[in-house]
Design a protein around this ligand. Sequence first.
Ligand SMILES: NC(=O)c1ccc[n+]([C@@H]2O[C@H](COP(=O)([O-])OP(=O)(O)OC[C@H]3O[C@@H](n4cnc5c(N)ncnc54)[C@H](O)[C@@H]3O)[C@@H](O)[C@H]2O)c1
Length: 270
Amino acid sequence: MKAGPFDLSGRIALVTGAGRGIGRASAQLLAECGAAVVVNDLAEDTAQKTAAEIVEVGGAAIAVAADVSSAAGVDRLVEQALAEYEAVDLLVNNAGISRYRPILECGEEDWDSHLDIMAKGTFLLMRALAPQMIERHFGRIVNLGSYVAQMNTTTKYFGPYCAAKFAIVGLTQVAAQEFAPYVNVNAVGPGDVATEMMELEWQQEGQRRNLDPAEVKEEYRRRLILGKFEGPRDIAGTIAFLCSPLAEHITGSHLIVSGGLPFKTDPVVV
Ligand SMILES: NC(=O)c1ccc[n+]([C@@H]2O[C@H](COP(=O)([O-])OP(=O)(O)OC[C@H]3O[C@@H](n4cnc5c(N)ncnc54)[C@H](O)[C@@H]3O)[C@@H](O)[C@H]2O)c1
């Protein structure tokens, strides 16, 4: 059979935070495109579940529970991935947290946890896996940015989160230069994706403004040019595209997949 443009047969992918949400959808789609997937999550049961779902439909996957915010966790993750598959061609740095809290109410732990899990985790995994990609003359790295890591004038109460996402975009741009010409490094910036992360935000904003979370969700929906939230699979599609042969000439970019957020000019919620 002729290989399609999204064919990733023979490739090995590692997706962090793939126990649910965008990471899970990405692991599943990369497997559908033919890649074998190392499914990481902090939570062992959800990592196992995603890997089992992939295997159940004929794909190849293993689960590795590890905390990507520490060098020890990343070392263990990389060691187990390479012991199983000998190489990693596609790295998706997706693991993340998001806490809705004004800067003046944030403690040191809020800052450290966001920066450690997202920015440091991305740095540690790129540092661990880029050398074997460079040596083998092939690699694709996709880091999860966010629409807030552009010119953020619409989203309050996410100081450490926003700082971590800007750090990821900066790291992506530097890594794209340092790992060229065989390893492409890009970021994908989702808007509001209806995952557990966003459901929690709608609840918390509802509490702050004394509104039903469903009303908050509807307000957010109306901010979108396309008028509907993207799902985890939409972000996974962009990640698969960036890993595919079609994206050979894309590196150092931060591709926003947001349904038009934040470019609609309706009154901003305060
Ligand atoms: N949902 C959105 O609207 C949205 C928007 C922009 C960016 N993003 C980014 O996309 C990524 C995924 O978001 P999501 O909505 O699927 O989130 P989610 O909360 O549904 O899933 C995040 C996953 O990361 C895992 N994780 C957390 N800390 C970890 C650690 N230290 N080590 C390993 N795994 C860890 C969690 O266990 C969870 O399974 C995040 O980086 C997030 O910032 C999401």
